[in-house]
Design a protein around this ligand. Structure first.
Ligand code: TRP
Ligand code: SF4
Length: 328
């Protein structure tokens, strides 16, 4: 009997991952797999709610699986699967559609932002996106959902869906808690906005080390440090915010002393960061290369994940249908 609390999170198949994804979410998920019964689903059905290229989608989904597995979501320690491989999600989504007032959907921040961007292509799927997300979570009766700040509203919505269902048909779905991880908000290499692939200010997790260094070398630091002899303020420097992700405490102290006392140059400081970053990324890159050579193993792991997920999903769905009065 598995008595561990259960969590679920969704992974957007948005191409190869960057260190913002890793330090902002995945690293925390890997930690959680030691403590919780974890479910991670690659949300391909959410990905098709906006304009996309069908021919490229399989690759995006597979890469998301490769990257996340390489980054530490070990199929032996958690259940990782593709959302569309568990059709119960969409079936529960329909049931939940029928307890959700229309008005609430149009008010969701993410919907407003995305419909602004999509313009001619605002589909019912985009509007109903949060209901599918609620189904993803409720179908496993998840106790908690580890997500970033930006998903807080969707989580609140999920709890409302559960309350509404329970109020109408009887107590059935637990209200999932939001687990906002220590997840760092990682800035882009430009230091101007949050790291994001679409802004092109990212450092890839499995990017070639030389290419990473070529991005770091010219990257902006504290503007006060025009020369090596100018003292700087680490807290005003984006590179220092990166150090905090990977550099051990002792070395952090050395960086602070060297920067404020103008005894190290920014290039040396970046080299220290690079060295420490590679300690994290080298094993991930190596695992990723090994998985790439054995795609069949990844495919099998995803199928096995879907099989495990379906057993639970089926049971939850059947119970919900019964409560709603659907003839069995
Ligand atoms: N909407 C989430 C995002 O944009 C992805 C997602 C889909 C999700 N289903 C989920 C997150 C279930 C947590 C739980 O990041
Ligand atoms: Fe930033 Fe390091 Fe240069 Fe200080 S020494 S400004 S922390 S890169």
């Amino acid at each position: 009997m598995n008595t561990r609390k259960r969590i679920l999170s969704g992974i957007q198949p948005s191409g190869t991952i960057h260190i913002g994804n890793y330090f902002g979410a995945i690293e925390n998920w890997v930690r959680l797999t030691r403590e919780y019964d974890c479910f991670f689903t690659i949300v391909d059905l959410h990905a098709i709610t906006v304009a996309y290229e069908p021919a490229l989608l399989p690759k995006r989904v597979f890469e998301a699986a490769l990257d996340n597995m390489a980054a530490g979501l070990d199929p032996e320690r958690c259940t990782i699967f593709v959302q569309s491989h568990v059709p119960e999600h969409t079936e529960l989504c329909w049931l939940l559609n029928c307890v959700t007032p229309l008005g609430e959907l149009g008010r969701m921040t993410q919907f407003k932002e995305k419909s602004e961007r999509e313009r001619e292509n605002v589909t019912a799927g985009l509007l109903n996106y949060p209901i599918l997300q609620a189904a993803d979570i409720l179908i496993y009766k998840a106790d908690a959902v580890p997500v970033g700040e930006d998903q807080a509203q969707h989580l609140e919505f999920t709890r409302e869906v559960a309350r509404r269902f329970n109020g109408r048909f009887g107590d059935y779905f637990p209200e999932p808690a939001t687990l906002i991880g220590r997840g760092a908000r990682v800035m882009g290499i430009d230091g101007a906005s949050k790291m994001s692939k679409s802004l092109g200010n990212h450092i890839g997790v499995v990017e070639d080390p030389d290419a990473i260094w070529e991005k770091l070398r010219p990257a902006k630091t504290d503007e006060a440090r025009k020369r090596r002899s100018d003292p700087g303020t680490p807290d005003l420097c984006n590179i220092f915010s990166y150090h905090k992700l990977v550099t051990p405490e002792g070395e952090i102290q050395e960086v602070v002393a060297g920067c404020t006392g103008a005894t190290i140059g920014c290039i040396d400081c970046k080299k220290i960061f690079f060295k420490n970053l590679m300690k994290v990324l080298d094993p991930i890159r190596e695992r990723r290369q090994a998985l790439e050579k054995d795609p069949e193993r990844v495919r099998e792991a995803l199928q096995e994940g879907a099989r495990k997920a379906r057993t639970i999903a089926r049971e939850t769905l059947d119970g919900a249908k019964k409560l709603m009065g659907l003839l069995s």
